[in-house]
Design a protein around this ligand. Structure first.
Ligand code: PGA
Length: 251
């Protein structure tokens, strides 16, 4: 079922103590959270199990920012979907633009990651989005279509239903520049239509499509207000408990 989701991607921020404090602050605010919105915290890998334990009596879900494209073995430094599932985390971000840009993650590698995430019953948040030069060259539709087809379209309908998509225009990430509500809606509709062409309208209507890129409490409402925007993947603003709560309540 299509849900509203607000996920906080902490990226490579917070010390262990800061991560615990932020989680406890959010647990204290949880009674104020919009009941119809799924809230996901995505800390650095090292703190995942601690956050799973801290939130076990709450509705808050925990995710990771990445997972390996191989299940297990001699791959120093990698963390697999099987490991993530074994500590009861539930979500995994796949293909964040920072992974694509700085760690050379191609659509093919991301597709391998996505397969393992699904096989381990985790919920992937699969990210797509264009860089500024691509938008300026009017290539954004083509880029996003390609990311979606190469990254995600080889799965069965049963698997596809479990995928959450995040549209994150790279030029809006951490820049303070957000896509306009019209730009977000335009791409979200484009993504939903592509999914509908491949898997049918009913399935496409079940997929949550999140927007990401400089979402703050002050602009979340106008972005979430669009009919094809089902929530947000929040970076910087998710590091402040009050601000993040206001975003959760922006629907
Ligand atoms: P931002 O990051 O909210 O800090 O722009 C969003 C993201 O990268 O997921």
């Amino acid at each position: 079922m299509r849900k509203n989701i607000v996920a906080g991607n902490w990226k490579m921020n917070t010390t262990f103590d800061e991560a615990v404090t932020l989680t406890k602050e959010l647990l204290n605010l949880e009674k104020q959270f919009d009941k119809n919105t799924e809230v996901v915290l995505i800390p650095p890998f090292l703190y995942t199990k601690t956050l799973v334990d801290l939130t076990q009596n709450s509705k808050i879900k925990i995710g990771t920012q990445n997972s390996a494209n191989i299940l297990e073995g001699a791959y120093t430094g990698e963390v697999s979907a099987k490991m993530i599932a074994s500590i009861n985390a539930q979500y995994v971000i796949i293909g964040h633009s920072e992974r694509r840009a700085y760690y050379n993650e191609t659509n093919q590698i991301l597709n391998q990651k996505l397969k393992l995430v699904l096989e381990n019953n985790l919920i992937p948040i699969f990210c797509v989005g264009e860089i500024l030069a691509e938008r300026e060259a009017n290539k954004h539709f083509e880029i996003i279509k390609n990311q979606l087809i190469e990254g995600t379209f080889n799965f069965s309908e049963t698997d596809y239903k479990k995928i959450v998509i995040a549209y994150e225009p790279v030029w809006a990430i951490g820049t303070g520049k957000t896509a306009s509500p019209e730009q977000a809606q335009e791409i979200h509709t484009f993504i939903r239509n592509l999914i509908a062409e491949k898997f049918g309208v009913n399935l496409a209507n079940e997929i949550s499509i999140l927007y990401g890129g400089s979402v703050k409490a002050s602009n979340a409402k106008e972005i979430f207000n669009n009919k094809d925007v089902d929530g947000g993947l929040i970076g910087g603003a998710s590091l402040n408990a009050k601000e993040f709560t206001d975003i959760i309540n922006a629907f």
